[in-house]
Design a protein around this ligand. Structure first.
Ligand code: COA
Length: 389
């Protein structure tokens, strides 16, 4: 738990328009392209959700089948990328691996029709230019393989095959992680998590993507900026930080005592509160029910009761609610995901949201450049080097 921080900058400031997603005018509820997060989590798959966010409408059956096939075909990594991943240290943070993998892929398969500054034009007769949407799908399909190729190579000297025939990103990731197909229940739990993490309006990482897109830069640079912003513990890194706290407690009573002590020291409890929601995070109850379900079969089921007690103490003492990251932490743990891969899961999902925003920002063709309130010294006389002591 870290020290309490200053208020959020630009909170409540309308910094642009979007037709992709809203958290509601009063910070209540969440919809992607008009569909509620509850409906999507109950009835859709991640692939349907990603298509919806990217194209504005739910896919037809034919479109969905073609989309799945397209993603499956894009899972294999180019040899140069694999070679570049191998020397990355085993103790590197997986978010740094994703950021690096994204950057390297951008040099091997550059975007050929960047919105403002085309880098390389396809010669006549060559395959169609790799545009922003094509890069988005490539990254959506390749991110789990980038992470797990590096992970298995650096932790076990194994060069894994990153292409599986799993129907969706969720099962594909769990398959690459554990070396076998997940059960339908585990795959669905991960699938729902991806849906919940797909998109969230002008959050910090999406805004970072849009700022880079606004300069006319290439798609990979936009996504690298998003990954960098997401990595921080006040944003995507909160799920890892929450897990680090939850697993220190052997039982619910110890958790209550620990959280009370932290609050007395005015520390921030990771996974609670939200920059936009004021009374609850609509995604939290959904992931909480999955965490409860997964705990039933898990040897460390106490992590669920620890989490529930922390939730109750935070409500009672601070009237604060858990955000998506809090119960995601125990759910991911029950799915056998190492804690350092929690935030990368956020990337696997959010790439769809980032992509939709990058493409939308490009349509607007606007540079984002706010103004600062200057707090430095007034103009003063230059002091020659010899007089500075
Ligand atoms: N733990 C302890 N106290 C918290 C808290 C937390 N997680 N979140 C907010 N508070 C406190 C604030 O410090 C503030 O106290 P004060 O009135 O004494 O200054 C009060 O509760 C109200 O804060 P609020 O205005 O609702 O929060 P914010 O908008 O300033 O900050 C976050 C929002 C997300 C940055 C903040 O809640 C936080 O740091 N949470 C933990 C990190 C996290 O989970 N991030 C993921 C977000 S999706």
């Amino acid at each position: 738990m870290s020290e309490a921080k200053k208020k959020i900058a630009l909170s409540g400031v309308v910094a642009g328009e979007t037709a992709i997603c809203t958290v509601g005018k009063e910070g209540v509820g969440l919809t992607y392209r008009g569909y509620t997060i509850e409906d999507l989590a109950a009835h859709a798959t991640y692939e349907e959700t990603a298509w919806l966010v990217l194209h504005g409408e739910l896919p037809t059956r034919v479109q969905l089948d073609a989309f799945r096939e397209q993603l499956i075909a894009l899972r294999a990594l180019p040899p140069t990328l694999k070679q570049a991943l191998e020397p990355i240290p085993a103790d590197a943070h997986p978010m740094d691996v994703l950021r690096t993998g994204c950057s390297i892929l951008g040099t091997i398969e550059p975007e050929e029709s960047s919105a403002a500054a085309p880098a390389v034009k396809s010669p006549a007769g060559a395959p169609p230019a790799r545009d922003g949407l094509a890069v988005a799908l490539r990254l959506l399909a390749a991110f789990p393989g980038i992470l797990l190729y590096w992970h298995h190579f650096t932790h076990g000297r194994r060069r894994i095959e990153t292409a599986t025939n799993e129907p969706g990103v969720a099962a594909h990731f769990l398959h690459l992680l554990h070396g076998r197909s997940p059960s339908p229940e585990l795959a669905r739990a991960m699938d729902v998590s991806l849906i919940l993490y797909t998109e969230h309006e002008f959050n910090a990482s999406t805004f970072a993507c849009r700022v880079v897109a606004g300069t006319g830069s290439d798609f990979y640079s936009c996504v690298c900026a998003g990954i960098g912003a997401l990595r921080g513990p006040l944003h995507g890194g909160a799920n890892e930080a929450a897990m680090a706290v939850i697993e220190t407690y052997p039982n619910a009573d110890a958790a209550e005592a620990g959280v009370l002590e932290a609050l007395a020291k005015k520390q921030v409890v990771m996974g609670f509160g939200h920059p936009v929601y004021r009374s609850s995070d609509p995604r939290s109850d959904i992931v909480k029910s999955w965490s409860r379900k997964l705990a039933e079969h898990h040897a460390e089921a106490h992590l669920y009761s620890v989490s529930e007690r922390i939730e109750a103490v935070m409500k009672r003492e601070k009237n604060l609610f858990p955000n998506l990251d809090f119960f995601s932490a125990s759910a991911f743990h029950f799915l056998g995901v190492p804690t350092s891969m929690f935030t990368p899961i956020f990337v696997f999902a959010r790439i769809a949201g980032w992509a939709a925003h990058i493409l939308e920002q490009r349509e607007n063709r606007r540079l984002i450049r706010p103004t600062a309130e200057y707090t430095g010294p007034e103009p003063r006389a230059f002091v020659p080097r010899a007089q500075r002591g």
